[in-house]
Design a protein around this ligand. Structure first.
Ligand SMILES: [Zn+2]
Length: 479
């Protein structure tokens, strides 16, 4: 058997001002064979598929392994180039017995509101109707009819934080392989919940909901159950939460189960994420907390959702509150890192920090700081991958140590602090930029966690393209 595999992953925040370029993808990209040393999330999937293929004595032909962090709309020519490389490699590899694609599900390019549907459809045209196409996507996707129509199998990671990317890659391989060998005939059923929301799967009630979906897999004719959470910051027609059930050739069972689970999610609406608080509320509650450091997550400026990562609002509020024994990871500010490096460790200077990259960044802060640590290529682990923060500088300002960095990323792990030269366990307050992924590694050390942000950003996004009605924009939709 010959499998063709490829990866093209980014999450597009259509409201972000900075576009995603071809160079963002090609930095670190491989084509024609993923190096074992590639530690990206895309590589986690392609290397899993290679190992599983080898164990069955099957061959893989690997096209591009391309991934970049969430950001604004991808430049049209950049997307067309990447897509062209996948299709060229596929043409050269034909005939193939199956195709496996690691995509995101919320990628938007200029002129392409549904990049994944476009890629899958073109792959389908190339391989014909009978070759199985298995696809792994992020639950923060806009699952479209086009994707479902042209793929054979689509599975989303079940967990948010996404700690199960490799196991779901194994599921995609197994389901696609079984279809290839004629053991099953996968049929996908989708139920559109008409919701825009966020689903934290390490917290109830979603923890139990995910456990339930997992327990249904492999029972009767149900092969796979995915919750497509949706992505609130992608202004595309088919936005929103959907249930996706794959059965072995039983559409009636799949449709019924997707509907039942979808209605269960609708009933849980508004209760699937923690309450968002202000910085002041979080600090007031933190003062009454004992135990490990208190974590304040800046949910509104999460680079992991495509936001700039240099918004200064929470940092300013913490400084104004006069916090002590506090550290902040990170403010994305390559210029500040450069100035700090030129000044050197121990230097005291007034520096303009953050608030530079786009309108969502708020205003820069002019701070009197001391440069206390400089580090190069700081990394943090996440879901089997290694994520770079780039070079860092730690700037002390009053009771706060602010980490500025050169590579835009959310904060996944305490290593972001440690690697920059800050001991997270020695701090009373740890501020960071992330919505939920940080919880996987910070829950074990945190005395308390607060999600700081506006009450519900989803009702305030200036959507232009989404289909209505949808909750919570149409609050009475579900009664
Ligand atoms: Zn995601």
């Amino acid at each position: 058997m010959k499998l063709f595999t490829a990866s093209l992953m980014t999450e597009t925040n259509t409201f972000a001002a900075v576009p995603t370029s071809l160079a963002d993808f090609t930095r670190g990209m491989s084509r024609g064979g993923v190096p074992e040393t590639d530690l990206s999330l895309a590589a986690v999937q392609m290397l899993t598929w290679r190992r599983m293929a080898e164990s069955r004595g099957w061959r893989t032909v690997e096209s591009i392994c391309a991934e970049t962090g969430p950001s604004g709309i991808t430049v049209r020519s950049g997307y067309e180039t990447l897509r062209g490389w996948i299709l060229e490699d596929l043409q050269r590899a034909l005939p193939v017995d199956a195709v496996l694609l690691a995509l995101h599900g919320a990628m938007v390019a200029d002129g392409y509101p549904d990049c994944e549907g476009d890629v899958i459809e073109r792959v389908r045209q190339a391989v014909g109707p009978r070759v199985p196409i298995g696809v792994e996507i992020d639950p923060h996707c806009s699952l479209t009819r086009r994707m479902v129509e042209h793929a054979t199998v689509i599975c989303c990671y079940k967990e948010f934080p996404h700690t199960d990317i490799a196991p779901v890659a194994e599921d995609v391989f197994r389901l696609t392989g079984d279809a290839l060998e004629g053991k099953t005939k996968p049929v996908m059923s989708v139920y559109d919940c008409r919701l825009i929301s966020s689903y934290f799967t390490t917290l109830e009630p979603m923890k139990s909901f995910v456990a339930k979906t997992r327990s249904l897999e492999g029972k009767g004719r149900v092969l796979s159950v995915s919750t497509a959470h949706g992505f609130a910051y992608g202004d595309v027609p088919e936005i929103g939460t959907k249930m996706l059930v794959i059965t072995d050739d039983d559409r009636a069972v799949g449709d019924a189960l997707a509907g039942d689970l979808g209605r269960e999610l609708i009933a849980l609406r508004g209760r699937t994420h923690p309450r968002y608080v202000t910085t002041q509320e979080a600090l007031a509650q933190a003062a009454r907390t004992t135990g490990g450091p208190v974590v304040l997550a800046d949910v509104a400026d999460n680079p992991g959702g495509g936001f700039p990562g240099d918004n200064t609002r929470m940092l300013r509020e913490l400084l104004e509150a006069g916090v002590q024994d506090a550290a902040f990871a990170c403010i994305w500010d390559p210029m500040a890192v450069g100035i700090a490096r030129a000044a050197g460790e121990g230097a005291r200077l007034t520096m303009r920090v953050g608030g530079k990259s786009e309108p969502l960044s708020d205003m820069p802060l002019d701070l009197a700081v001391e440069v206390v640590a400089l580090r190069q290529n700081v990394t943090q682990p996440f879901s089997g991958a290694t994520i770079s923060l780039g070079d860092t500088a730690v700037l002390r300002c009053g009771g706060m140590e602010i980490i500025v960095n050169t590579r835009r990323t959310q904060t996944f792990h305490p290593d972001a602090f440690t690697g920059a030269g800050v001991d997270p366990l020695a701090k009373r307050i740890l501020a960071l930029k992330s919505t939920n992924h940080f919880r996987a590694a910070f829950e074990p050390i945190a005395g308390a966690i607060f999600h700081v942000g506006p009450p519900d950003v989803r009702t305030r996004m200036p959507y232009r393209h989404i289909q209505r009605p949808i909750w919570p924009l149409d609050p009475d939709l579900h009664g």
